[in-house]
Ligand binder design. Structure first.
Ligand SMILES: O=C[C@H](O)COP(=O)(O)O
Length: 235
């Protein structure tokens, strides 16, 4: 059974998130699946009473308990809602918000020391992809600098930047080539992300080396996300 994760990015409100979580939770009460993750906006985090395999995570947090870091949240704010899962290294934080590998590695070390489940994202931009598989794999090595790939609570997500939010999914060959290479390096669950939707999720989840998916756009309507879980739960 694949791991299925929904990244809301900057979408949904506090009230629509609560409805969404409740719908997904109700579905999971009567259906047996692998782990399901929902990453709401920071303002929509809350304590949700959920089944054991539904995890609410933070899209981001600062490597601190609390303090003077305007605009950030730390573990004190996450602890209030018993949140112990975090996305680190997402391409939008790397390429739009300007997080460097050094900042990302520091964040990783901080949350690792606290035992958080970390979904750690890597992936190459288009110009690197156009240079071939070796260049792509080499690029991703730089995204593993300072990252302990043996951390027990780690899930890795391969998300090619050119496939995120573009409607252009990587080909099956692209996915398998990268996943097989990453699997040689790291034995942790490995998700694929990048324009995953209802129409392609089943085939992607069955590819060699794919343990699940991290979905943005196609996860934002609860009913669609539930269909995705439903259609993949027997795989
Ligand atoms: O975190 C999710 C990824 O960025 C994928 O986003 P997307 O499904 O909209 O392409």
């Amino acid at each position: 059974m694949p791991i299925i994760a929904a990244n809301f990015k900057t979408n949904h409100t506090r009230s629509s998130t609560a409805k969404y979580v409740s719908l997904v939770n109700n579905y999971l009460k009567t259906n047996s699946t692998s782990d399901v993750y929902i990453f709401p906006t920071a303002t929509s985090l809350d304590y949700f009473e959920t089944v054991a395999n539904l995890h609410i995570g933070a899209q981001n947090a600062y490597a601190t308990q609390n303090g003077s870091f305007t605009g950030e949240i730390g573990t004190e704010q996450l602890d209030e809602f018993y949140i112990k899962t975090i996305l680190i290294g997402h391409s939008e934080r790397r390429h739009i918000l300007g997080e460097t590998q050094e900042m990302i590695a520091q964040k990783y070390q901080y949350f690792k020391a606290l035992g958080y489940r970390i979904i750690y994202c890597v992936g190459e931009p288009l110009e690197i992809k156009e240079s071939g598989l070796d260049a792509t794999l080499q690029y991703m090595q730089t995204q593993f600098e300072g990252i302990d790939l043996s951390y027990e609570n780690l899930v890795v997500a391969y998300e090619p930047v050119w496939a995120i939010g573009t409607g252009v999914t990587a080909t099956n060959d692209d996915i398998v080539n990268v996943h097989q290479a990453l699997k040689k390096q790291c034995s942790k669950p490995l998700l694929y992300g990048g324009s995953v939707k209802l129409g392609n999720v089943e085939s992607i989840c069955q590819l060699d080396g794919v343990d699940g998916v991290l979905i943005g756009t196609a996860s934002w309507v609860a009913e669609d996300f539930i269909k995705i879980i439903e259609n993949t739960k027997e795989l």
